[in-house]
Write a protein that binds this ligand. Sequence first.
Ligand SMILES: *Cc1c(COP(=O)(O)O)cnc(C)c1O
Length: 410
Amino acid sequence: MTETALTTNQSFIDLEDQVAAHNYSPLPVVVTEAEGIWVTDVEGNRYLDALSGYSALNFGHRHPDLVAAAKAQLDRSTLTSRAFHNDQLGPFCRDLAALVGKESVLPMNTGAEAVETALKIARKWGYLVKGVPADTAEVVVMSGNFHGRTTTIISFSDDPEAHDHYGPYTPGFVTVPYGDLAAIEAAITDHTVAVLVEPIQGEQGVQIPKEGFLPGLRELCTERNVLMVADEIQSGLGRTGTTLACGYEGVEADMYTLGKALGGGIIPVSAVAADRKVMDVITPGTHGSTFGGNPLAAAVGHAVVKLLATGEHQAHAAELEPYFREQLEALIGKGVVAVRVRGLWAGVDIDPDVMTGKAACKALAKKGVLAKDTHGSTIRLAPPLTITKDELTVVTDTLAEVVAEAAAAR
Ligand SMILES: *Cc1c(COP(=O)(O)O)cnc(C)c1O
């Protein structure tokens, strides 16, 4: 392999192309530094980050409180394994549980692991508490779901890219149309232990179920003695203007999966939160992770919880929501066909006759705004919750320019 001088964006892209697996198709921006809502590439160009690592950077890049917590913990202890206790885990779990209204927390690392954990807890609860016959548990899942990339999780994905050629698949999942209460009701049997739902489907393009779906699902799950499991990995922790997306309609799930922003954009931190009567089916040795609940992760996660405990970020997202919606709705008919907004989270459907989502994101990047396309013609916008109204205007004005230019060029 020849050594190229690594100075330009293209030189790093070429190197990656040679030596890294091709499991992503990134925009041609090579980030070298980042602070707040801004990132800089290796050629010195600055971009406004309107994706925030798919909501892993809800507080922006290198939030001073989070970096301080990480640095302080680096100087104390970083990993104990759960063979011993550490002085960060208890305070983190206490405050995270309080934040989401649950009694206990099981810490993991990535989002997919949190979902796997929730599925294991639900199945075990089904056998030990509900009395479902051994190895016959069913979980109802939604069409268009995204819960991660492990073998079990992709077993019930209906996205061919995520699913195909990875079989044989894990059984025990029944798929119903997203947001369809009647279909869920019909799918529930005596073997059903849980309904797994994203309160808003992020990966699917910020799909928001119709009002009343989540409260209806809550009622149905209670009636049929089935656990309502809300995957809040992307929707949770302030993104929607409430701490959890379920909270927008005042709904409490039985179990939450959390991740992404829980690690403050610094390290992977995920968790399952549930009340004791559900969580306590997990006993010593029956589930775990070498890194789950490590002191560095707990310290960073705790600092994230403290940022959310004041409610200030949630309030800011809620306050900007109407403006964000108004700005985006103004583009409908001008290269945009539909928008969906909740808090500081938006799915924007570009008119496929005007341009693809990917072309729109490339054009946005050229003009200094980073966003990501999904499913062909949708752009997902999820700027850091620390963004100001003026900075948000930069995002929406730049998008307006991009679609106007593409529409004019047709
Ligand atoms: C990102 C995401 C996951 C998976 O998280 P990873 O950390 O990538 O494993 C699961 N569920 C939802 C809703 C997500 O957005």
